[in-house]
Design a protein around this ligand. Structure first.
Ligand code: MLY
Length: 265
C-alpha cells in the first residue's frame, strides 16, 4: 500500500527496534477519517491557543486534517489528527458560553468580524459531531529508549511524517531525530506528544511516510560476506548524531537556520 518507505528491511539492516505502540498517545487502531474538503469546524488558533476560531478542512491526509482558519491567509495552514482535542464541531464554543474569535492575522477590520462569521457559516457544510474522535489516554510512563524507531511529524514541514529515531530521553521528554537528515529538524517533545507515531502508522492510515534522507548509514548488509557488527558498532549506528560512517550525497539546504513553514502545493 505504501510504496514510499518499507520499514521491515530497514529495521533488519540497521539492527534496530521499533518503539512498541503502547508507548505512544495514539489509538492502536487509527481513527477513521470521514472529513471532506470544504467542511467547517471549530479549532484552537495555533498561534493564539486560547482562542477558538472557525476553520475549513482544506485537505485530508491519513488520520489528519489540513486546516485553514476562516478570515486568515493560505500561508498558515496546520494539521490536526481527527482525535485532536484542538478541534470540535461548530456550535461547541457557543454551547459553552464562549465567543468565536477572529484568527490572529484577521485581514479585515475587527468590526466586520460578526458579519464575516455569519457569512462564512451561512450555507456551509459543518462536519458532523460523529467525525470527531475521542483523544486516546496518556500512557502512564515514558518508556521510550534511545535507538527506538518511530514515525514523526517534521515540525518544520508539518505535513510530512518521516522515519525517525529516539535520539535521547530525559524525564518525560524524548528527542526526535530524522533518519538520513542532519540535526536541523530534530526536536524535543513530551513522550505523549501527538506528533509521534508507531512504525506502521502511515501504512495503516494511508498517510504518506517520507523516504529516508540521503545521509544514509552504511549498514552491515552491504555485502553478504561481512561479519555482523559488534554490539558497540550497532549502538553507534543508532546513535542520534549518526556518528557511524555516513554518505553525504547532498547537503540539506540552510541547515541550522530556522525556516518558515512551507506550503506543499
Ligand atoms: N526540502 C526541504 C524539506 C526537508 C524535509 C526534511 N524532513 C523530512 C526531515 C529541505 O531540505 O529543507
Amino acid at each position: 500500500q505504501n510504496d514510499h518507505f518499507q520499514w521491515e528491511k530497514y529495521l533488519e539492516e540497521t539492527g534496530s527496534l521499533s518503539a512498541p505502540s503502547e508507548y505512544f498517545r495514539q489509538s492502536k487502531i487509527p481513527p477513521a477519517n470521514d472529513f471532506k474538503v470544504g467542511m467547517k469546524l471549530e479549532a484552537h488558533d495555533p498561534r493564539n491557543t486560547t482562542s477558538v476560531c472557525i476553520a475549513t478542512v482544506v485537505g485530508v491526509t491519513g488520520a489528519r486534517l489540513r486546516l485553514r482558519l476562516d478570515g486568515s491567509d493560505n500561508q498558515n495552514d496546520f494539521w490536526r489528527l481527527v482525535d485532536s482535542p484542538d478541534i470540535q464541531p461548530v456550535g461547541t464554543c457557543e454551547k459553552e458560553g464562549d465567543l468565536l474569535q477572529p484568527p490572529l492575522g484577521y485581514q479585515m477590520n475587527t468590526s466586520s468580524w460578526p458579519m464575516f462569521l455569519l457569512r462564512t457559516l451561512t450555507g456551509s457544510e459543518m462536519a458532523p459531531e460523529a467525525f470527531f474522535k475521542k483523544e486516546p489516554p496518556k500512557p502512564p510512563l515514558n518508556n521510550f529508549k534511545v535507538g527506538m524507531k518511530l514515525e514523526a511529524v517534521d515540525r518544520k514541514n508539518p505535513y510530512l511524517i518521516c522515519p525517525a529515531t529516539i535520539g535521547n530521553v530525559k524525564g518525560d521528554e524524548v528527542y526526535i531525530t530524522f533518519d538520513g537528515w542532519s540535526g536541523a529538524f530534530n526536536y524535543w517533545c513530551k513522550y505523549d506528544c501527538r506528533d509521534i507515531f508507531p512504525v506502521g502508522w502511515c501504512n495503516l492510515t494511508g498517510d504518506i511516510l517520507q523516504p529516508l534522507g540521503s545521509n544514509v548509514l552504511i549498514t552491515k548488509n552491504t555485502t553478504k560476506t561481512q561479519p555482523p557488527p559488534s554490539k558497540a558498532a550497532q549502538r553507534s549506528m543508532q546513535s542520534p548524531q549518526n556518528s557511524a560512517i555516513i554518505l553525504p550525497t547532498h547537503q540539506t539546504k540552510k541547515s541550522g537556520r530556522p525556516k518558515p513553514p512551507v506550503c506543499p502545493s
